[in-house]
Design a protein around this ligand. Sequence first.
Ligand code: ADP
Ligand code: MG
Length: 263
Amino acid sequence: MSDKSHNSHQDVALGTKGIGVTYGKFVALADVDLAIKQNSVHSIIGPNGAGKTTLFHALTGRVRASSGTISLHGEDITNTTAEERVQLGIARSFQVTSLFPTLDVHENLRLAAQGKTPWAALAPWRSAESNVTAHETAEEIMERLSLKHVHSRAAGELSHGQQRRLEVGMAMASKPRVILMDEPTSGMGIDDIEEMKNLIRDLGKDHTVLFIEHNMGIVMNISDTVTVMRAGRKLVEGPPSVVRDDPEVQRAYLGNMITGDIA
Ligand SMILES: Nc1ncnc2c1ncn2[C@@H]1O[C@H](COP(=O)(O)OP(=O)(O)O)[C@@H](O)[C@H]1O
Ligand SMILES: [Mg+2]
């Protein structure tokens, strides 16, 4: 992590300038600037209603931004549709529904690597992998996600934690430019949380990961950068050590979520 942070010219994978979202007259998101560095783990935190999920919806194109611009590797994607953003490599993980429940783990990953899932199939910058390459990709990902021992089990029969990891694997197999996760550890038991934490940290070595998370232990442990939001705006941003000690953050969270929860 430290050698990455020394590189001040690191590429911005996903960026926003002055992004805002309104629902009717209600301002859910206002004037948010983001620069998500390539191959980094960037977390978004903030109390309920802070606008975190709305920000994700604006990034994925599910919700139209009422102001501001969004760029992907320097290319303006503000006016693209949600489908086009998937094609451009903005992958959203954490949707267990996108697994094929009757197919085994290996087959799910192999199909995703071959571009046979809705989002992977449309990735225009890469040609579909051959059978052999897709098999290798599936093997690599199973290894990385600690799913090798269940490679021949139907996805629908996996434990909840294993399904959530497989879902991340499906996103990885499509070789996306950015992976977004909205509260990837929600509803998980302690062992699954630990595995997901290690997985996200590992993912950040060669992927760009943007995730919303309530568990402060995870956030402070694995993030290169933390963005704190409150009432639709960015409150503070920086490395975990800076964010943790920021008086504004302390005030915003006191007695709320940081207390006793920081690692
Ligand atoms: N579709 C919607 N219509 C109206 N208000 C919404 C809608 N979605 C979210 N909001 C409001 O926008 C604010 C931010 O919500 P959200 O982005 O879900 O916050 P967070 O994910 O940080 O908890 C909340 O006050 C919420 O009630
Ligand atoms: Mg939310």
